[in-house]
Every structure is written in C-alpha cells, then in structure tokens.
Write a protein that binds this ligand. Structure first.
Ligand code: GLA
Length: 447
C-alpha cells in the first residue's frame, strides 16, 4: 500500500503538529478515506451487498514507534483531548462516546489477531476533514487509520481484505453491531470507482464511475453519532432483521443444524427463489406492524422462548419487532443494489436516480431511519435539481447523497444553500454541502 499523493500541505502541517506535541518527528502518515454509500443501506449486516465509494475526505494519522507498550493519541482538533493507554491483554474502554475508544478498538482487534505480545506502542496524532457524525464514516476511517498506523510502526502488515474484516469486528467494541461496509470500502476502494461489496466471505469489485454526474453530499445538520443516540435504534434494526431471518427460515421449512441469522443466507439456501418471494412469504404470514414476540411465535407455530433465543432477540429485549417492514426494506434494497450496479455499468444515470429515490422511500417508510430534517433536505435537493436523492449511512440524521449533472453542481449548491441552510442557525460557519470525488482506499506513507 504505497501512498498516492495526498494533500501535501495538510500532511506537512500534521508533521509539524506531531513534532510540537511529542518532541520528535513521525515515521509514517496514514490516510484513511471516509465514504458515501451510493445504495445498499442496512444490507451489510444481513450479508447482502452494498455499493459505496470512498470520498476525497480523509482521516490522517501520523505515528512513530515507542520502545514500550504505551499508546499516546492526540488530535489536531482541540475538541478531542489527548488519550493514553497501555497495550495489554484486556484493553478497557474509555467512557462511552470517548473518541479514544476508536483507537482502542483498532488496537484490540490487532492484538487479538496477532497475539497480545505482538505489538509495541506508539505515538499518534490525528487530523481529518471527514465531518464527524455525518454518516460519512469518520469513525471507521479513524479505526482503519489507527490500525494501519499501529501496524506500520511495528513494521507489520495485514492484507487489506483481511484487515477489512478484522477492523469491522473490532469496531463493534464501541457498541454498534455494524456490518462491514465502511471498513471494506475504506481499505479496498479505487479512485474513479464505486465498490460493490459482498459479505461472508467478504469480497469486493470495482465499478467504474463515468463522468457526467457528480455525487453531492448535504448534511441535515443533525448529528448521527455511532456511539450516541442512534446506537440503540441501529442495534434494534439488527435484532429485527435476525428475527425476520429466523421466521422466514421456519416459514420456508429450512432444516438447519444451526439457527439461520442473516437474511442474506436465505439466498444461498433457497437459490431457486427470489428476494421478492421471501418478502411475499413473510407478508402472507404476518401483518406489517410492530409485533410482540409471542404474536410472531403464535403466527408461525413456534415457541416464543425458542424463537427469542435463536434470533438473539432475548439478549436485547424490545417490546415489539417490526419484522415484515424491516425485511421488506432489506430484501428490496439488495435487489436495488444489483440493479444500480447494472445501471452504473450501462451509464444509465436516470435508472440509478430512480433506484436512489426508491431506496430513500424504503429507508423512510419501511426502515424508519429518516427524520424531518432529512425529508426537508431531500425535498430541497429535488427542487434544486438533484436527479436522485437519498439519505446515506445509518440514517437518523447525518447526510444525504444527491446525484447531480456535473455542469449543474455550482447551481445546485447555491440553491440548496438558499433553500435549506441560509436561515438555520446551526448552519453558520461550516461547509455543509459539497461534491465528493470517488477516491482511492487507505494508504501508508513513510515520512
Ligand atoms: C453504518 C454502519 C454500516 C452500515 C450502515 C447502514 O454506517 O457502520 O455497517 O450498516 O450504517 O447501511
């Protein structure tokens, strides 16, 4: 992983900051990009495909080795106070929501893969221009950047595909039961391309993005912090999907040695049936509203304790589970990913736009992850000339991604500024809407 040229000025400034803070020069600078998901929302943890691209906004991590096992992490942004910890068998979390937990997540993941004594410590200084809490994967970029930097100062490396899986598991340490999209695109993306990612086993291939259209990201001004309020809502969706998978497996008469827990696994077991078939089976058996576990069990002739245990829903008890609507979103979204990849390959931008719009409607109506601010922003984007517009990332706030004809980008940005941002106090002093370029995955540069 040799670095392409990356923002030389920012890298120089980071070297200065590192030297001023730690009293010595860094040995490496790692660049880890954020991402925008073009389509395929909340499909990854169901082992169904996604289609994101890495963006030209990055987390940079400067690092130098230490002889002992101490880790010191500082941030150019004064909102994030310096943290220190020790590499050891049991790396305990900082307080919930603490930014240092992302570094710890990376370190824990590497220690469990390489052995608790495999790594010595290091000094790290972080900079970045991926807006935090925006659904652009600043947190995964920090985890991946930290992992690559810790490996680099130990003169170790792990193949990108393997590291993507490892960091995806490792990031769950911060408390979200996320899938593996963000880390995979951060590590495996190529400039000028989107990345189609499939799971279990993790694999990816590039999809060329021809010029003609731009992807513009707009922030709803509502943060969607992974470690914050969105976490429970996200984890609830994961549980509902597991339960839906379990119910569908029973309805379809699957005989399995182990409970099936991912909706995507049904595709492998019932290769002759379509995803739309699965939706119809579920719709015929259950009403599309929140149901108590007992109601679900009664409808399919199962014991509620068994169903809860098999799907893991007993571990995170919720009162009700909206499994028909959740599964309908996930399964139709997976179809849209296939269709979107074909549309991109054919340069069919209008086809892609329609799929993005349908994805947003499904995220809003069946997955309940939109918000009033996101809806207002989507309407403003459409009025400003976006062809396709949808929320991107986990939802509950964060950003939208908009497909805009390249020549119209400046006009689009000016119009959205007037119609959405101008009169909002929260919008002052920051850039909230910008075009993003499909960028290369993470890289390590010796300095
Ligand atoms: C977050 C998670 C991803 C994915 C998206 C929703 O970004 O980290 O794994 O589930 O939400 O598509």
């Amino acid at each position: 992983m040799i670095a392409p040229a990356f923002a030389a000025e920012r890298a120089d400034a980071l070297v200065q900051r590192f030297s001023a803070h730690f009293g010595r020069r860094p040995e490496v600078i790692v660049r880890a990009p954020g991402r925008v998901n073009i389509i395929g929302e909340h499909t990854d943890y169901n082992n169904l495909p996604v289609l994101p691209m890495a963006i030209d906004r990055h987390v940079l991590v400067a690092a130098a080795a230490r002889d002992d096992r101490r880790i010191r992490v500082a941030n150019v942004d004064g909102h994030f106070a310096p943290r220190t910890y020790q590499l050891q068998a049991d790396v305990r979390r900082f307080a919930a929501g603490d930014w240092g937990n992302y570094h710890k997540a990376a370190a824990r993941g590497l220690l469990s893969a390489l052995g608790v004594d495999a790594l010595h410590g290091g000094d790290f200084m972080v900079d970045g221009d991926v807006p935090p809490g925006a659904g652009l994967s600043s947190s995964s970029a920090l985890v991946v950047g930290s992992a690559l930097a810790l490996l680099a100062v130990n003169d170790r490396s792990i193949p990108p595909l393997q590291l993507a899986g490892l960091t995806a598991m490792a990031e769950r340490y911060v408390g979200t039961q996320s899938g593996g999209m963000d880390q995979a695109v951060c590590l495996l993306a190529e400039a000028g391309h989107a990345l189609r990612i499939d799971f279990d086993p993790l694999r990816a291939h590039t999809v060329p993005l021809s010029i003609g259209y731009a992807f513009v990201v707009c922030h709803s001004l509502v943060a969607a912090e992974k470690a914050g309020a969105a976490r429970n809502a996200y984890n609830n969706r994961v549980v509902e999907c597991r339960l839906a998978a379990r119910v569908l497996a029973r309805l379809l008469g699957a005989r399995l040695p182990r409970p099936l827990t991912h909706l995507g696994d049904l595709r492998i077991l019932f290769a002759d049936r379509s995803l739309a078939d699965f939706v119809a089976v579920l719709e015929n058996a259950l009403p599309p509203r929140p149901l108590r576990i007992q109601e679900i069990a009664d409808a399919i002739g199962a014991r509620s304790e068994l169903l809860a245990a098999e799907s893991g829903s007993g571990m995170h008890p919720q009162e009700t589970y909206d499994i028909v609507r959740r599964a309908r979103h996930v399964l139709t979204e997976a179809e849209r990913v296939e269709q979107a990849e074909a549309a991109l390959a054919a340069g069919d931008w209008l086809g892609l736009s329609a799929l993005m719009d349908a994805s947003h409607a499904s995220c809003r109506d069946d997955y309940d992850i939109s918000s009033p601010a996101l809806e207002e922003l989507i309407a403003a984007a459409k009025a400003a000339g976006a062809q396709g517009a949808r929320l991107t990332g986990a939802g509950f706030g964060g950003c939208t991604v908009n497909l805009v004809p390249s020549g119209d980008t400046s006009l689009f940005l000016a119009m959205i500024e007037r119609s959405f941002y101008l009169h909002k106090a929260a919008a002052r002093g920051r850039e909230h809407a910008f075009a993003v370029a499909p960028s290369a995955g993470a890289s390590v540069m010796r300095v």
